[in-house]
Structure formats: C-alpha cells, structure tokens
Design a protein around this ligand. Structure first.
Ligand SMILES: *[C@@H]1O[C@H](CO)[C@@H](O)[C@H](O)[C@H]1NC(C)=O
Ligand SMILES: *[C@@H]1O[C@H](CO)[C@@H](O)[C@H](O)[C@H]1NC(C)=O
Ligand SMILES: *[C@@H]1O[C@H](CO)[C@@H](O)[C@H](O)[C@H]1NC(C)=O
Ligand SMILES: *[C@@H]1O[C@H](CO)[C@@H](O)[C@H](O)[C@H]1NC(C)=O
Length: 187
C-alpha cells in the first residue's frame, strides 16, 4: 500500500488489545523512557514508536523514532517507502543528506535544534562525524508504519545472485562476496 488509509472512526483498538481503551493508557507509549536518558549506547541505535510498538497509531498517519549516534557512527543509506521524515537534532551535530530521483545529493550539517526534511521515498543517511561527542535526533513520520529499506542490506543480504550484483556494480564476484561478508550477522 502506498499510503496510510483514512479511517472512518476516531481511533482503532485492536480486537485482541490487552490495554483498556476507556482511559488514557491505550494512547500512551512508554517505550521511549529508557532511550531518552543521558546515557548513549555504544552503537547507532533506533528506538521506534510506530504502529507495531504502539497500536493506538493504527490509522492515525503519524509515528516517531528516537535515534542515538555514538561519536563517529552513521545511520546507513536507507529509504522510508511510505512517508517523508522530519528530523530534529536534540544532541550534538549531524551531517545528513538525501538523493533525489535525478541522483542529485542534497546535504547539510545540522546543529542542535535544527530540523531537516527527507522527502518521501528518497535514499538518505545521517552521520555523526564528531570523533568525541555523541548525537541524538527525533524523527517524525507522516505514516503509522513508514517502513525502512536499508540500501546495503536490501542489495547485499537479500540473496540477489552474486553475478547479477557484480554486473550491476561493474565489478567482480569476489568484490561482491567481500561486501556481503562485511554485512553478514556476526556469529
Ligand atoms: C494481536 O494480533 C496481532 C495480529 O495477529 C498481533 O500482531 C499482535 O501481537 C496481537 N497483540 C496481542 C496483545 O496479543
Ligand atoms: C475497561 O475499564 C472500564 C472502566 O474502568 C471497565 O468498566 C471495563 O470493564 C474495562 N474493560 C476491560 C476489557 O477490561
Ligand atoms: C557495537 O560497537 C562495538 C564497538 O564499536 C562493536 O565491536 C560491536 O560489534 C557493535 N555491536 C553491534 C551489535 O553492532
Ligand atoms: C556536502 O557533501 C560534499 C561532498 O561530500 C562536501 O564537500 C560538503 O562539505 C557537504 N556539505 C555539507 C553542508 O555538509
């Protein structure tokens, strides 16, 4: 589906909901409490509040993600097929960019408090190039389930034949195998 449906009711409570929707609890998500604290994780981390984690969002066309970038870490190139993204920097600085359908790059260095728009479906990334300071950002989406397609993962870990990838990237199979090995889950 290309976009979120318009619903004809105020809100949707799943039939099997364990939360009673007669008060505010159903409309409350507490899953960010542990993420939004002064401690940064040692790896780039995304904490989502989309319809999967927060069922009350069903049919409401909104969601959030909280992103934490340790010094020197990146959020690799990816797309959200069902929504634009508004990124608000709440800690540190970030270098960001997206690529449009003509392959033009639009990049920017964001400071604390800056907001950047990633248009719907465009490949984009964020990078914390500071060697010492961590960074954090809040991403808002116009979909309850924006979806994420990671460029490295979808291309190199989905099972597309090595020969096809070698031709597509105008390289040899051993280079493709090296790239795949680097993305394989660590044992
Ligand atoms: C309710 O059902 C959906 C769809 O089958 C499932 O994904 C979800 O986990 C269920 N929720 C609960 C609280 O059992
Ligand atoms: C939900 O809460 C209301 C008011 O407290 C109560 O009357 C109702 O039985 C509860 N429903 C469920 C499914 O727990
Ligand atoms: C987290 O980062 C550490 C140090 O940079 C690395 O060794 C480890 O593999 C990373 N863990 C994950 C789950 O990516
Ligand atoms: C955008 O990217 C180019 C090429 O990598 C770089 O030279 C430039 O400094 C970047 N601009 C910003 C504002 O980050």
């Amino acid at each position: 589906m290309a976009g979120d449906p318009d619903i004809l009711v105020d809100f949707i409570v799943p039939a099997n909901s364990t939360v009673n929707a007669t008060d505010g609890c159903f409309f409350t998500f507490t899953g960010m409490r542990n993420a939004i604290n002064p401690d940064y994780p040692s790896n780039f981390t995304v904490t989502k509040a989309s319809v999967k984690e927060f069922p009350a969002l069903d049919g409401q066309s909104v969601s959030y993600a909280f992103l934490e970038y340790p010094a020197g870490s990146i959020n690799p190139p990816h797309t959200h097929p069902r929504s634009a993204e508004l990124l608000l920097v709440v800690g540190g600085t970030l270098n960001v960019g997206f690529v449009d359908t003509t392959n033009k790059l639009y990049n920017q260095t964001l400071k604390l408090g800056d907001i950047f728009l990633f248009p719907k479906g465009m490949v984009h990334y964020q990078s914390n190039d500071d060697p010492k300071q961590p960074a954090a950002a809040i991403a808002a989406f116009g979909s309850a389930n924006a979806g994420t397609v990671s460029v490295p993962m979808s291309v190199f870990t989905s099972g597309i034949d090595d020969n096809i990838l070698a031709k597509a990237f105008k390289t040899d199979v051993s280079t493709i195998m090296k790239l795949k090995a680097g993305l394989a889950p660590k044992a």
